[in-house]
Design a protein around this ligand. Structure first.
Ligand code: SAM
Ligand code: SF4
Length: 326
Protein backbone atom coordinates (compact mmCIF):
# COMPACT_ATOMS: atom_id res chain seq x y z
CA UNK A 1 0.00 0.00 0.00
CA UNK A 2 1.17 3.53 -0.72
CA UNK A 3 0.93 6.40 1.76
CA UNK A 4 -0.27 9.90 0.88
CA UNK A 5 3.24 10.86 -0.25
CA UNK A 6 3.53 7.96 -2.70
CA UNK A 7 5.83 5.87 -0.55
CA UNK A 8 5.26 2.15 -0.63
CA UNK A 9 4.76 0.89 2.93
CA UNK A 10 5.61 -2.80 3.13
CA UNK A 11 7.82 -3.11 6.21
CA UNK A 12 6.47 -3.72 9.74
CA UNK A 13 8.74 -3.42 12.72
CA UNK A 14 7.29 -5.32 15.63
CA UNK A 15 8.33 -4.64 19.20
CA UNK A 16 7.63 -7.72 21.31
CA UNK A 17 8.56 -6.23 24.68
CA UNK A 18 9.37 -2.82 26.14
CA UNK A 19 11.69 -4.45 28.68
CA UNK A 20 15.42 -4.79 28.45
CA UNK A 21 18.34 -6.32 30.30
CA UNK A 22 20.57 -3.35 29.41
CA UNK A 23 20.24 0.38 30.12
CA UNK A 24 21.65 2.25 27.16
CA UNK A 25 22.28 5.93 27.81
CA UNK A 26 20.38 7.02 24.71
CA UNK A 27 17.44 4.64 24.95
CA UNK A 28 16.27 4.34 28.51
CA UNK A 29 16.11 7.25 30.95
CA UNK A 30 17.89 6.59 34.24
CA UNK A 31 15.61 5.00 36.80
CA UNK A 32 12.99 4.31 34.11
CA UNK A 33 10.26 1.97 35.26
CA UNK A 34 7.33 2.94 33.08
CA UNK A 35 6.95 -0.61 31.84
CA UNK A 36 3.73 -1.66 30.23
CA UNK A 37 1.71 -4.16 32.24
CA UNK A 38 2.19 -7.75 31.09
CA UNK A 39 -1.54 -7.95 30.30
CA UNK A 40 -1.10 -5.00 27.93
CA UNK A 41 1.58 -6.76 25.90
CA UNK A 42 0.28 -8.29 22.70
CA UNK A 43 0.21 -12.07 22.98
CA UNK A 44 1.83 -14.28 20.34
CA UNK A 45 -1.62 -14.94 18.85
CA UNK A 46 -2.38 -11.21 18.67
CA UNK A 47 0.95 -10.41 17.02
CA UNK A 48 0.26 -13.14 14.48
CA UNK A 49 -3.17 -11.72 13.70
CA UNK A 50 -1.64 -8.33 12.98
CA UNK A 51 1.12 -9.80 10.81
CA UNK A 52 -1.38 -11.89 8.88
CA UNK A 53 -3.54 -8.81 8.24
CA UNK A 54 -0.45 -6.84 7.23
CA UNK A 55 0.55 -9.43 4.62
CA UNK A 56 -2.98 -9.12 3.21
CA UNK A 57 -2.36 -5.44 2.35
CA UNK A 58 1.11 -5.92 0.93
CA UNK A 59 3.52 -5.97 3.87
CA UNK A 60 6.40 -8.31 3.02
CA UNK A 61 9.25 -7.36 5.35
CA UNK A 62 9.14 -7.90 9.07
CA UNK A 63 11.62 -7.19 11.83
CA UNK A 64 11.20 -8.13 15.47
CA UNK A 65 12.70 -5.81 18.05
CA UNK A 66 12.13 -4.39 21.53
CA UNK A 67 13.29 -3.51 24.24
CA UNK A 68 15.35 -6.65 24.07
CA UNK A 69 13.31 -9.23 22.11
CA UNK A 70 15.33 -12.19 23.38
CA UNK A 71 14.09 -11.69 26.93
CA UNK A 72 10.53 -12.48 25.88
CA UNK A 73 9.82 -16.09 26.90
CA UNK A 74 7.92 -17.15 23.77
CA UNK A 75 10.20 -15.31 21.35
CA UNK A 76 11.16 -18.39 19.33
CA UNK A 77 7.51 -19.31 18.90
CA UNK A 78 6.70 -15.75 17.78
CA UNK A 79 9.52 -15.80 15.21
CA UNK A 80 8.70 -19.27 13.96
CA UNK A 81 5.02 -18.47 13.48
CA UNK A 82 5.69 -15.17 11.70
CA UNK A 83 8.09 -16.89 9.30
CA UNK A 84 5.53 -19.63 8.58
CA UNK A 85 2.90 -17.10 7.37
CA UNK A 86 2.35 -16.85 3.60
CA UNK A 87 3.46 -13.46 2.30
CA UNK A 88 6.32 -13.01 4.76
CA UNK A 89 9.37 -12.59 2.53
CA UNK A 90 11.99 -11.48 5.02
CA UNK A 91 12.27 -11.74 8.76
CA UNK A 92 14.84 -9.83 10.77
CA UNK A 93 15.69 -9.53 14.45
CA UNK A 94 17.35 -6.64 16.27
CA UNK A 95 19.15 -7.52 19.46
CA UNK A 96 21.72 -6.23 21.92
CA UNK A 97 23.45 -9.60 21.54
CA UNK A 98 23.56 -10.45 25.25
CA UNK A 99 21.51 -13.62 24.80
CA UNK A 100 22.66 -14.60 21.34
CA UNK A 101 25.16 -17.18 22.58
CA UNK A 102 22.26 -19.30 23.84
CA UNK A 103 19.69 -18.37 21.19
CA UNK A 104 21.51 -18.12 17.85
CA UNK A 105 20.74 -21.67 16.62
CA UNK A 106 17.05 -21.49 17.61
CA UNK A 107 16.66 -18.04 16.01
CA UNK A 108 18.14 -19.33 12.77
CA UNK A 109 15.95 -22.41 12.82
CA UNK A 110 12.86 -20.29 13.49
CA UNK A 111 13.43 -18.54 10.16
CA UNK A 112 15.29 -15.29 10.94
CA UNK A 113 17.30 -14.24 7.85
CA UNK A 114 18.79 -10.98 9.01
CA UNK A 115 20.28 -10.11 12.36
CA UNK A 116 21.11 -6.60 13.61
CA UNK A 117 23.36 -6.51 16.66
CA UNK A 118 24.02 -3.32 18.60
CA UNK A 119 27.66 -2.77 19.47
CA UNK A 120 28.65 0.74 20.52
CA UNK A 121 32.05 -0.16 21.93
CA UNK A 122 34.49 -3.07 22.14
CA UNK A 123 36.24 -1.72 25.19
CA UNK A 124 34.65 -3.50 28.20
CA UNK A 125 34.62 -0.47 30.52
CA UNK A 126 33.16 1.81 27.90
CA UNK A 127 30.59 -0.79 26.85
CA UNK A 128 29.55 -1.09 30.51
CA UNK A 129 29.31 2.69 30.86
CA UNK A 130 27.07 2.99 27.79
CA UNK A 131 24.82 -0.05 28.28
CA UNK A 132 25.26 -1.21 31.87
CA UNK A 133 26.15 -4.65 30.45
CA UNK A 134 29.20 -6.80 29.70
CA UNK A 135 30.69 -6.85 26.22
CA UNK A 136 32.28 -10.31 26.59
CA UNK A 137 28.86 -12.01 26.52
CA UNK A 138 27.89 -9.99 23.45
CA UNK A 139 31.09 -11.00 21.66
CA UNK A 140 30.35 -14.65 22.45
CA UNK A 141 26.86 -14.13 21.07
CA UNK A 142 28.22 -12.55 17.90
CA UNK A 143 30.54 -15.51 17.43
CA UNK A 144 27.62 -17.93 17.93
CA UNK A 145 25.64 -16.01 15.31
CA UNK A 146 28.56 -16.12 12.87
CA UNK A 147 28.61 -19.92 13.14
CA UNK A 148 24.93 -20.03 12.12
CA UNK A 149 25.57 -18.41 8.71
CA UNK A 150 22.68 -15.95 8.76
CA UNK A 151 22.04 -14.39 5.33
CA UNK A 152 22.75 -10.95 6.77
CA UNK A 153 24.42 -9.81 9.97
CA UNK A 154 24.82 -6.07 10.55
CA UNK A 155 26.38 -4.28 13.47
CA UNK A 156 24.91 -1.00 14.73
CA UNK A 157 26.79 1.72 16.55
CA UNK A 158 25.18 4.91 17.89
CA UNK A 159 27.37 8.00 17.50
CA UNK A 160 28.05 9.81 20.76
CA UNK A 161 30.53 12.67 20.77
CA UNK A 162 32.83 12.54 23.75
CA UNK A 163 31.74 9.01 24.63
CA UNK A 164 32.56 6.33 22.04
CA UNK A 165 34.57 8.19 19.37
CA UNK A 166 37.67 6.14 20.18
CA UNK A 167 35.76 2.97 19.23
CA UNK A 168 34.82 3.73 15.62
CA UNK A 169 38.02 2.50 13.97
CA UNK A 170 38.26 -0.68 16.11
CA UNK A 171 34.58 -1.40 15.34
CA UNK A 172 35.16 -0.89 11.61
CA UNK A 173 38.03 -3.38 11.76
CA UNK A 174 35.97 -5.83 13.80
CA UNK A 175 33.07 -5.76 11.31
CA UNK A 176 35.28 -5.80 8.20
CA UNK A 177 37.25 -8.82 9.43
CA UNK A 178 33.96 -10.72 9.52
CA UNK A 179 32.75 -9.31 6.19
CA UNK A 180 29.75 -7.60 7.82
CA UNK A 181 28.39 -4.08 7.32
CA UNK A 182 28.69 -1.68 10.23
CA UNK A 183 26.08 1.06 10.47
CA UNK A 184 26.67 4.31 12.29
CA UNK A 185 23.47 5.83 13.67
CA UNK A 186 23.01 9.46 14.62
CA UNK A 187 21.77 9.98 18.13
CA UNK A 188 18.05 10.72 18.10
CA UNK A 189 16.32 12.59 20.91
CA UNK A 190 14.37 9.60 22.15
CA UNK A 191 15.15 9.54 25.82
CA UNK A 192 15.22 12.29 28.41
CA UNK A 193 18.44 11.00 29.96
CA UNK A 194 20.47 13.80 31.55
CA UNK A 195 23.72 12.10 30.60
CA UNK A 196 23.22 12.78 26.88
CA UNK A 197 22.36 16.13 25.37
CA UNK A 198 23.04 18.13 22.22
CA UNK A 199 26.74 18.39 23.07
CA UNK A 200 27.01 14.61 22.55
CA UNK A 201 25.51 14.77 19.07
CA UNK A 202 27.90 13.79 16.26
CA UNK A 203 26.59 13.96 12.71
CA UNK A 204 27.32 11.27 10.15
CA UNK A 205 28.90 13.96 7.92
CA UNK A 206 31.35 14.87 10.64
CA UNK A 207 32.21 11.23 11.16
CA UNK A 208 32.74 10.78 7.41
CA UNK A 209 35.11 13.77 7.31
CA UNK A 210 37.02 12.25 10.20
CA UNK A 211 37.17 8.81 8.55
CA UNK A 212 38.47 10.35 5.33
CA UNK A 213 41.60 11.44 7.19
CA UNK A 214 42.41 7.76 7.80
CA UNK A 215 41.26 6.22 4.51
CA UNK A 216 39.00 6.55 1.47
CA UNK A 217 35.19 6.51 1.39
CA UNK A 218 33.53 5.49 -1.86
CA UNK A 219 29.73 5.97 -2.11
CA UNK A 220 27.70 2.92 -3.16
CA UNK A 221 24.41 4.56 -4.26
CA UNK A 222 22.84 1.30 -5.44
CA UNK A 223 24.05 -0.93 -2.62
CA UNK A 224 21.50 -2.07 -0.03
CA UNK A 225 21.68 -4.52 2.84
CA UNK A 226 18.24 -5.34 4.13
CA UNK A 227 15.53 -2.70 3.99
CA UNK A 228 16.68 0.04 6.33
CA UNK A 229 17.48 3.71 5.69
CA UNK A 230 21.30 3.47 5.69
CA UNK A 231 23.39 4.97 2.87
CA UNK A 232 26.36 2.73 2.18
CA UNK A 233 30.02 3.35 1.40
CA UNK A 234 33.12 1.26 0.87
CA UNK A 235 35.85 2.31 3.26
CA UNK A 236 39.46 1.52 2.52
CA UNK A 237 41.81 1.88 5.39
CA UNK A 238 45.34 0.64 6.04
CA UNK A 239 45.47 -2.89 7.41
CA UNK A 240 42.14 -4.06 5.93
CA UNK A 241 42.31 -6.90 3.39
CA UNK A 242 39.12 -5.67 1.69
CA UNK A 243 37.15 -2.41 2.02
CA UNK A 244 34.77 -2.21 4.96
CA UNK A 245 31.09 -1.74 4.17
CA UNK A 246 29.85 1.20 6.21
CA UNK A 247 26.24 2.34 6.47
CA UNK A 248 25.33 5.81 7.73
CA UNK A 249 21.92 6.55 9.23
CA UNK A 250 21.68 10.31 9.61
CA UNK A 251 18.06 10.83 10.52
CA UNK A 252 18.72 14.36 11.76
CA UNK A 253 21.13 15.72 9.16
CA UNK A 254 20.68 13.78 5.91
CA UNK A 255 18.59 15.76 3.41
CA UNK A 256 15.47 13.94 2.18
CA UNK A 257 16.00 11.23 4.80
CA UNK A 258 12.27 10.38 5.02
CA UNK A 259 11.67 10.19 1.26
CA UNK A 260 12.35 6.47 1.14
CA UNK A 261 10.64 5.50 4.40
CA UNK A 262 8.82 2.20 3.96
CA UNK A 263 7.71 1.25 7.47
CA UNK A 264 5.19 1.19 10.25
CA UNK A 265 5.92 0.25 13.85
CA UNK A 266 3.86 -1.94 16.14
CA UNK A 267 4.63 -1.36 19.81
CA UNK A 268 4.65 -4.14 22.40
CA UNK A 269 1.51 -2.68 23.98
CA UNK A 270 -0.37 -2.73 20.71
CA UNK A 271 -0.07 0.76 19.24
CA UNK A 272 0.60 1.42 15.58
CA UNK A 273 3.20 4.15 15.25
CA UNK A 274 3.46 5.65 11.76
CA UNK A 275 6.78 7.43 12.43
CA UNK A 276 9.51 7.14 15.06
CA UNK A 277 10.00 10.89 15.03
CA UNK A 278 6.36 11.84 15.40
CA UNK A 279 4.41 11.18 18.59
CA UNK A 280 1.12 10.13 16.89
CA UNK A 281 -0.01 6.53 17.52
CA UNK A 282 -3.15 4.54 16.79
CA UNK A 283 -4.43 2.09 19.39
CA UNK A 284 -4.83 -1.41 18.05
CA UNK A 285 -4.87 -3.36 21.32
CA UNK A 286 -8.41 -2.48 22.47
CA UNK A 287 -10.08 -2.89 19.05
CA UNK A 288 -8.19 -6.15 18.48
CA UNK A 289 -9.42 -7.53 21.82
CA UNK A 290 -12.95 -6.54 20.88
CA UNK A 291 -12.66 -8.57 17.70
CA UNK A 292 -11.87 -5.81 15.16
CA UNK A 293 -10.02 -6.62 11.95
CA UNK A 294 -6.56 -4.99 12.12
CA UNK A 295 -6.62 -4.14 8.41
CA UNK A 296 -8.59 -0.91 8.86
CA UNK A 297 -6.20 0.25 11.58
CA UNK A 298 -3.13 -0.61 9.51
CA UNK A 299 -4.60 1.39 6.63
CA UNK A 300 -5.33 4.31 8.97
CA UNK A 301 -1.76 4.25 10.30
CA UNK A 302 -0.39 4.32 6.74
CA UNK A 303 -2.70 7.23 5.91
CA UNK A 304 -1.39 9.02 9.03
CA UNK A 305 2.27 8.76 8.10
CA UNK A 306 3.73 12.26 8.17
CA UNK A 307 5.94 13.37 5.29
CA UNK A 308 8.90 13.98 7.60
CA UNK A 309 9.94 13.29 11.16
CA UNK A 310 9.89 16.16 13.67
CA UNK A 311 13.19 15.52 15.43
CA UNK A 312 14.40 19.04 14.65
CA UNK A 313 11.19 20.78 15.74
CA UNK A 314 11.23 20.52 19.51
CA UNK A 315 10.10 16.93 19.18
CA UNK A 316 8.76 15.18 22.28
CA UNK A 317 8.88 11.41 21.84
CA UNK A 318 5.91 10.74 24.12
CA UNK A 319 7.82 7.77 25.47
CA UNK A 320 11.42 6.50 25.34
CA UNK A 321 12.83 4.34 22.58
CA UNK A 322 12.66 1.16 24.66
CA UNK A 323 8.87 1.61 24.86
CA UNK A 324 8.46 2.49 21.18
CA UNK A 325 10.64 -0.24 19.74
CA UNK A 326 13.83 0.41 17.79
N1 SAM B 1 17.63 -4.09 22.22
C1 SAM B 1 17.90 -4.21 20.84
C2 SAM B 1 19.16 -3.47 20.47
O1 SAM B 1 19.73 -2.78 21.31
O2 SAM B 1 19.59 -3.61 19.32
C3 SAM B 1 16.75 -3.77 19.95
C4 SAM B 1 16.03 -2.52 20.33
S1 SAM B 1 16.99 -1.04 20.19
C5 SAM B 1 15.82 0.15 20.72
C6 SAM B 1 17.14 -0.87 18.43
C7 SAM B 1 18.18 0.10 17.95
O3 SAM B 1 17.80 1.41 18.31
C8 SAM B 1 19.57 -0.13 18.49
O4 SAM B 1 20.50 -0.22 17.42
C9 SAM B 1 19.85 1.11 19.30
O5 SAM B 1 21.20 1.45 19.28
C10 SAM B 1 18.98 2.14 18.60
N2 SAM B 1 18.63 3.28 19.43
C11 SAM B 1 18.01 3.29 20.63
N3 SAM B 1 17.86 4.56 21.09
C12 SAM B 1 18.41 5.37 20.16
C13 SAM B 1 18.59 6.78 20.06
N4 SAM B 1 18.17 7.61 21.00
N5 SAM B 1 19.21 7.28 18.96
C14 SAM B 1 19.65 6.44 17.99
N6 SAM B 1 19.51 5.10 18.03
C15 SAM B 1 18.91 4.57 19.10
FE1 SF4 C 1 17.97 -2.13 25.61
FE2 SF4 C 1 18.42 -1.99 22.99
FE3 SF4 C 1 17.49 0.13 24.37
FE4 SF4 C 1 19.95 -0.66 24.78
S1 SF4 C 1 19.13 0.12 22.84
S2 SF4 C 1 18.46 -0.14 26.39
S3 SF4 C 1 19.83 -2.80 24.56
S4 SF4 C 1 16.45 -1.75 24.03
Amino acid sequence: MNDTFGRRIDYLRISVTDRCNERCLYCMPEGYCGWAQKKDHLSADEILRVVESATGIGFRKFRVTGGEPLIRKDIIEVLRRIWALPGVETLGLSTNGTRLAAFAPAIKQAGVRSLNVSLDALDPDLYRRITGGEVCGVLEGIEAARRQNFEIIKLNCVLMRGINESEYLPLIRFAAERGWPLRFIELMPLSHADVLDESNFLSVQELMRHLEKEGGLLPLPDYRVGHGPARYYDYEMPGLAAPAKLGFIGALTTPHFCETCNKLRLTADGKLRPCLGHAGEIDLLAPLRMGADPVGLLRAAIANKPENHEFLENYQPGRPMTAIGG
